[in-house]
Design a protein around this ligand. Sequence first.
Ligand code: DON
Length: 305
Amino acid sequence: METLLNKILKDNKHLTREGKVASYIPALKKANQDDLGICIVDVNGNTYKAGEYNKKFTIQSISKTISLMLAIMDNGEDIVFDKIGMEPTGDAFNSMVKLEMISPSKPLNPMINAGAIAVASLIKGKNADEKFERLLNLFRKISNNNKLNINKEAYLSEKETGDRNRALAYFMKDVGIFDGNVEEILDVYFRQCAIEVNSIDIANIGLFLANRGQIPKTREKVTTESIAKTVKTFMITCGMYNESGQFAIEVGIPAKSGVGGGIMASVPNEMGIGVFGPALNEKGNSIAGYGVLKDLSDKLNLSIF
Ligand code: DON
């Protein structure tokens, strides 16, 4: 397997030169555009790694899957989807255009920034610290890595510059999608995006979702099959933003990307895959990571369709 992974990385390495590392969050500019790594963990306990699988990066939008999971565990699906929709957008991840066009206003889905900020508002806790603590503990458990923590520089960098997210959040408060302290809600969101991981960590989270909400190693059932299914379905329909349709056709695996360069994928009942390649395409998805997952899916026949 590792021979295959090395070959796939080699075949896709040239793509890293065709993308660009994210720059709208200043701290992300420091990433090395050439990096490319992968880790696969399967339900039988095997781990396969290649390339820069050990490099750390911030989880960014991949975190939206698990914050959604926690918000549903805290409130139930009815309350969550009363505030946030279930439909793909066809727009960029940080777009605001549809927010005002839908009546009554609600973010189209929990994978776009507006939806994820609304999700953060639903996480239970007496303040931002407590909400984030609960989320971080969940991440530590399902990634099997008790050392997970935030990258402070990335967090502060986004907190300082995240005015588009601020605009989305204040708009949503104004139209009644949530109430409460907007800066506190954003603080939870900025911190969750800045959690630092490597490909192994996100592969383990992908495996946990693939294994229907149960951690294979410990057999601990952290969430219900139904919630894990909802999360994976959003990964298929919205996880790669306005490239989700093409990705579903070409790769066919539930996946979620982040502007830190990670893509987490879940092959139901089989494996979790973590790919890292910080050079992004124009949709904000890892350009070489996409290519790696496409080749892997072809070679191992992983498409769920
Ligand atoms: O809110 C933001 O813009 C970032 N913290 C996360 C965006 C992101 O990862 C989009 N993914 N491709």
